[in-house]
Structure formats: structure tokens, C-alpha cells
Design a protein around this ligand. Structure first.
Ligand code: 1GP
Length: 254
């Protein structure tokens, strides 16, 4: 077992920011899959997340293919219990704590618990918080939950703290895949400055400026999906940006 969570904690201690590329097995196929793999071989992010709000393609074979080609740790980011695969290196065991739908707070967890336990996969409990990204997201629709309005800083913070107090190992601030606006930096900062667990941020990040805002605001790990699906070459740009960001931070300590 690679113990990815320990790695996340170590990086956090050293203020080393991380990048994950999110691949949706339904969309990442054929030509797009080949160019994504080529880009990942050239520039490796810290993690590849695999999953989506709705996935119809087999997850096992998708991860097999990925692992044959690249050495990057694969983390499951499942929209529901059917997306579990023992092939991944770790699983984000997501609880949709911004919602009030028991199915995504405990139902899907019960459905998948024994298979997960038996597989021996590393499990990272994650408090998943959906924030309005300017349009109705697939996760909002599929989960029958509502996102938290982006200006309701205190509600987002209270939700994140409730996640921490109830034992989540990370909090994931999500604007929704393809969000028009990513999670605002002021909101990220409000959460990170009150939390002592790592914070992951995703949804609607399309530029290195978005990554910078997210890292400057204290996020530990940024997740990018749609943008690299549109243009897999952006992987190199985002990986290089993250490296340079970390180098600059280190130099500023000297
Ligand atoms: C979605 O956070 C991820 O769950 C990534 O979102 O596809 O908009 O980059 P994008």
C-alpha cells in the first residue's frame, strides 16, 4: 500500500501544493485517452483521480490501461458505489456533507463497504462540499442535493468544520465539474484558515491563475478535469506551474 494520505499530510506540512488530473472513463476514450496518456507521461501530476457523477464504462479496465502506461497514483473519486474498483491505489470515501440526502451520506457507503474493506484499498474519508459554481452541476442533479450559495461563507465553513469534527480526513470544496466559476479564493481561504485537515478544491479551474488563486488561498490539492479534456496539453502547463509555484515558495523561506 502506498499510503497516499500520509504523503498528502507530509506535503501539507512542507506547504507543497499538489495537483490531480480527473479522468472520467466515459469521456476519456480513444484519441482523447491516447493524448491524455501521452501528456501524463511527459508531465506527471501528483494523482490521477478517476470517476464522475455518472459513469457507464467499466472502471477496472480503465484503471488497468492507465496503470500499464503511467506510474501516477490512481485515486477513485466515485459518484456512487458502482464506481468502486480494487485496482486503484486509494479511494476517496466521499460523504456529500453539503447535502441532506442520506443516500450520499451513508447509503452508498453501506452498499460498497464490504467490498472496499475486503479489497484492502487505502480509504481516505472525504467530506465533500458542493458550492454553487454558476450552473446546475451533474453532481447536484444526480445526488438530489443543493449546492451551498457561494456567498454563504459561514455555512460553508460550518459544514467543513462539521466534517472535520466528525472524522473526515480531508475536505473537498467542489464547484462542480465544468463550473462556470471555480470556488472563490476568499471562500477557500476562509475554510483553510479554520481547518487542520487537508483541503482539496475542484470544479471549473481552467487556467494557471485559477490554480494560483486556489493555492494562495491555502488549498493543498487542486483538481482539474474538463480543461484538460478540452486540451490534454494543458497537463504539462498545470504540472509545470505547480512545480514552479512550490519552488518559489521554498525560495521565499531562504
Ligand atoms: C469535478 O472537481 C472536479 O469533480 C473537476 O472539475 O471538470 O470542472 O475541472 P472540472
Amino acid at each position: 500500500m502506498k499510503n497516499l494520505y500520509k504523503q498528502i499530510l507530509i506535503n501539507r506540512e512542507y506547504n507543497k501544493k499538489m495537483l490531480a488530473v480527473l479522468l472520467d472513463p466515459d469521456r476519456c476514450q480513444g484519441k482523447l485517452m491516447s493524448s491524455t496518456i501521452a501528456a501524463l507521461k511527459l508531465s506527471a501530476p501528483d494523482f490521477v483521480f478517476v470517476g464522475g457523477s455518472y459513469v457507464n464504462s467499466p472502471i477496472d479496465s480503465f484503471i488497468d490501461l492507465l496503470q500499464e502506461e503511467v506510474q501516477i497514483p490512481v485515486v477513485l473519486f466515485p459518484g456512487n458505489a458502482s464506481q468502486f474498483s480494487p485496482k486503484a491505489d486509494a479511494l476517496l470515501f466521499l460523504s456529500l456533507i453539503s447535502g441532506r440526502n442520506p443516500e450520499f451520506l451513508i447509503g452508498q457507503h453501506v452498499t460498497s463497504a464490504l467490498a472496499i474493506k475486503q479489497s484492502g484499498i487505502e480509504v481516505i474519508p472525504a467530506g465533500y462540499i458542493l458550492i454553487d459554481g454558476g450552473k446546475v452541476s451533474a453532481v447536484e442533479y444526480m445526488s438530489h442535493t443543493r449546492s451551498i450559495p457561494r456567498e454563504k461563507k459561514e455555512i460553508v465553513l460550518a459544514t467543513a468544520v462539521a466534517g472535520e469534527l466528525s472524522g473526515q480526513h480531508v475536505v473537498y470544496l467542489e464547484a462542480g465539474s465544468g463550473a462556470i466559476q471555480p470556488v472563490p479564493k476568499e471562500l477557500i481561504n476562509h475554510v483553510t484558515s479554520h481547518l487542520s485537515i487537508p483541503v482539496i478544491v475542484g470544479g471549473g479551474m481552467k487556467t494557471t491563475q485559477h490554480l494560483k488563486d486556489c493555492f494562495d488561498a491555502g488549498a493543498d490539492l487542486a483538481v482539474v478535469g474538463n480543461a484538460i479534456e478540452q486540451n490534454p496539453d494543458l497537463i504539462t502547463q498545470f504540472v509545470n506551474f505547480t512545480k514552479e509555484y512550490n519552488q518559489k515558495k521554498n525560495f521565499s523561506f531562504i
